[in-house]
Design a protein around this ligand. Structure first.
Ligand SMILES: Nc1ncnc2c1ncn2[C@@H]1O[C@H](COP(=O)(O)OP(=O)(O)OP(=O)(O)O)[C@@H](O)[C@H]1O
Ligand SMILES: [Mg+2]
Length: 239
């Protein structure tokens, strides 16, 4: 098997930005199926831009993105979603005027069968008790779980999460970490999670990637991936 076959996501020389600003500048990243990868970087370093470039919400100006062997660089977001890319945005973006159940059903992709809803209730028993509650009456942690479950209704193979613990009570943060670890082991998902909360990441990741100046400046694996001192030294250099 070639390296290319083994990688689920291959990003080579990705450049993207807004107007006259270049945010990602020739970024290269390979992720294997089933990995749980953390992306760290200071505010404004382009973490969200990377997520949005992967899903196709920000166009690539140069470079190539390939997913499960297909070149997706020029595909629109809905096509990438159909191929198995799922995204939970920063700020969660659940619909506050709709109930938990209605929010969940919004995520159901017609082509992927009706069984997803039942499966989600089993994976998220916390939500199955809140089905009629409006989104506006959920805590931050409940909203995050709902956003995650809604995304999973489309049965992604790669889950992209942007700061899932932002604004969430510390006691709930570890529940979210456990949930992600379980989703990876139960569903075999690949997960890329942008985070600034090192404690949260160090409990769950296989790899920690640090973004600076539009490029990856560190890709830490094994014990280094959760070594706070090493991670912080790379983050400090990025300041
Ligand atoms: N829609 C936009 N139009 C113009 N510039 C933008 C836009 N979105 C982001 N930027 C700029 O691009 C750069 C990277 O932003 P991005 O949101 O990707 O950073 P981030 O690492 O996710 O930051 P944070 O930790 O604050 O979420 C910043 O300088 C930001 O001001
Ligand atoms: Mg961001």
């Amino acid at each position: 098997m070639s390296i290319s076959d083994a990688m689920q996501l291959e990003v080579a020389g990705l450049t993207s930005g807004y107007g006259g600003i270049t945010v990602l500048d020739g970024l290269t990243l390979n992720v294997a199926e089933g990995e749980l990868v953390g992306i760290l970087g200071h505010n404004g370093m382009g973490k969200t831009t990377l997520m949005r470039s992967l899903i196709g919400a920000v166009p690539a100006r140069a470079g190539r993105i390939s997913f499960m062997g297909s070149d997706i660089t020029r595909l629109p977001p809905h096509r990438r979603n159909q191929l198995g890319l799922g995204y939970v945005p920063q700020g969660r973006e659940i619909i506050k005027g709709l109930s938990v159940k209605e929010n969940l059903l919004l995520g159901q992709a017609a082509h992927k069968g009706a069984s997803a809803y039942q499966e989600m209730l089993e994976l998220f028993p916390e939500l199955s008790e809140l089905l009629d509650r409006p989104g506006s009456r959920l805590s931050g942690g409940q909203q995050q779980l709902l956003a995650l479950a809604r995304c999973l209704m489309g049965r992604p193979r790669l889950l992209l999460l942007d700061e899932p613990t932002e604004g969430i009570q510390p006691s709930i943060v570890s529940d979210i970490g456990q949930k992600l670890s379980r989703l990876r082991s139960d569903l075999g998902l690949t997960i890329i999670v942008v985070e600034q909360n090192l404690d949260f990441l160090s409990n769950i990741v296989d790899r920690s990637i640090i973004l600076r100046g539009g490029k990856i400046v560190a890709d830490l694996r094994g014990e280094s991936a959760t070594d706070r001192e090493q991670i912080e030294s790379h983050l400090l250099i990025s300041a």
